[in-house]
Design a protein around this ligand. Structure first.
Ligand code: GAP
Length: 445
């Protein structure tokens, strides 16, 4: 993990928030390449969820919602973690995350003392704030801890106006906030993060088949984007692990550097949420199924993923160090992020062999040619060409296009270098876009 954190910092992908003030724990900023990577993860999710399907529609709900939403959802009463303090060194922990020693007692990871903890206090994870000028309970609202509730409270409106028939889904990507007691493991557990969630409304009795279907769909999404199946597993929750709303949950877990951890949860929420919101709002949230001639409260299957965790998992999965030929003979260690082309923040780098004026106009022409076709074209003319290749490898750029003296003086062709094999092809500039399109298509297949 240290290696990934260091790489992210060095290349401005992800770094500590408010760093000039010493940073804020559990808060991270995404720099230019991190923004592109995150955007690519979102795009891939939106393509799979919305673009390629007819039965899932998007919404964008607001972060601040009516406070009753969180009473109905169970978050005001139950979204808590057990908080304990070590009496010896005053460190604060989530009780259920503390390690145990050989005699089975929990101990403090900071000072090593066992049996010195305060009684556990239930701590609500929702951030609260106030709407308007007065800071009293009537003005209190919550920063949403999940995006899911937007889909439940908007269900009837979206169903009616989009004219979708059950089974269908509503999804959104957006920020969620949780006042985690122990944010840790880089962007794995943070206080402000982004979720990609979809609520799939189906007829009761068909829910288990849809649950299986969505587990498979989501598993395949990760592997189609290049994730190694050896690092991805499906883990059903035990009965005592289930959330209050769940009839059954399966986690997709990734083998992170610190061990297996939840990447995405796929829950069968039954009719819990729509029933709760119908009761608390007094609005009828049942659905009349014309084909079956019956009215029911739909059941819900929910694939719920985190953008940040997904970014981390893909980065860990893509990371490789290997021995490669060095410019001065012998070998050197090459760091490479073997991103799937759809995820790579830079798709193509344009590298004039030298900074000489004779090369610049042609290199710029190639750059301008590529920009409208590929999101993520990087122009880099500073430093030795070998160093520039290494820089691009390190951020996972699939192709480097080099403009040299032959290009200008002789063949109007460029050299295209493949990130993974380091093989080079000579390609006429007039064929370059088509050539790269073919190579990207082949890498996706
Ligand atoms: N609506 C259901 C729900 O929110 P969850 O398992 O609590 O379920 C879903 O969250 C996903 O959101 C997780 O699998 C994870 O990827 C992401 N997530 C949750 N808490 C997070 C945190 N503190 N930091 C980063 N990602 C988080």
């Amino acid at each position: 993990m240290e290696t990934i954190v260091e790489l992210c910092k060095r290349r401005g992908i992800i770094f500590q928030s408010s760093e000039i003030y010493g940073g804020l724990r559990g808060a991270w900023d995404f720099g230019p390449l991190g923004v592109a990577l995150k955007e690519n993860v979102r795009d891939a999710w939106k393509t799979a969820m919305f673009q390629l399907r007819d039965d899932v529609v998007p919404i964008e709900a607001s972060i601040l919602m009516h406070p009753k939403v969180w009473e109905a959802s169970g978050h005001v009463g139950g979204f808590t973690d057990p908080l304990v303090d070590c009496r010896n060194c005053q460190s604060r922990y989530r009780e259920d995350q503390l390690p145990t020693n050989k005699s089975g007692e929990i101990y403090c990871p900071n000072c090593g003392q066992a049996g010195t903890f305060t009684e556990a206090r239930e701590f609500n994870l929702m951030f609260r704030t106030f709407v308007g000028p007065s800071e009293d309970t009537a003005a209190q609202v919550w920063m949403r801890p999940e995006t899911a509730q937007g889909m439940f409270v908007d269900f009837a409106h979206v169903q009616l106006t989009s004219r979708k028939k059950v089974p269908f889904g509503i999804g959104q990507i957006g920020r969620s906030f949780r006042n985690e007691i122990t944010p840790r493991n880089f962007i794995f557990r943070v206080r402000e993060f982004e979720q990609m969630e979809m609520e799939f409304f189906c007829k009761p009795g068909t829910d288990e088949a849809w649950h299986d279907y969505w587990i498979r769909q989501r598993y395949d999404w990760y592997t189609a984007l290049g994730m190694d199946p050896a690092n991805l597993r499906i883990r059903p929750h035990a009965e005592d692990e289930l959330s209050h709303y769940s009839k059954g949950t399966v986690d997709l877990e990734y083998r992170f550097p610190m061990g297996w951890g939840e990447l995405e949860g796929i829950a069968n929420r039954g009719d819990f949420d729509l029933t709760q919101h119908a009761e608390h709002s007094g609005k009828d949230l049942s659905y009349f199924d014309q084909a079956a001639g019956e009215r029911y409260i739909p059941y819900v299957i929910e694939p719920a993923a985190g953008v940040d965790r997904t970014v981390l998992a893909f980065m860990v999965d893509a990371y490789a160090e290997e021995e490669a030929p060095a410019a001065k003979g012998g070998t050197e260690t090459r760091t490479v992020l073997r991103f799937h082309p759809d995820l790579a923040p830079v798709k193509v780098a344009v590298l004039p062999l030298s900074k000489k004026d004779t090369l610049t106009p042609t290199a710029r022409r190639v750059n301008d040619l590529l920009k409208p076709h590929f999101r993520g074209v990087d122009y880099d003319e500073s430093g030795q060409i070998g160093r520039r290749y290494r820089r691009q490898d390190e951020v996972g750029t699939p192709f480097c296009v080099t403009v040299d003296f032959e290009t200008v003086e002789d063949d109007d062709a460029v050299t295209v270098r493949d990130r993974d094999t380091m093989d080079q092809d000579r390609v006429p500039i007039e064929n370059l876009v088509a050539y790269l399109d073919d190579r990207f298509a082949a890498a996706r297949a």
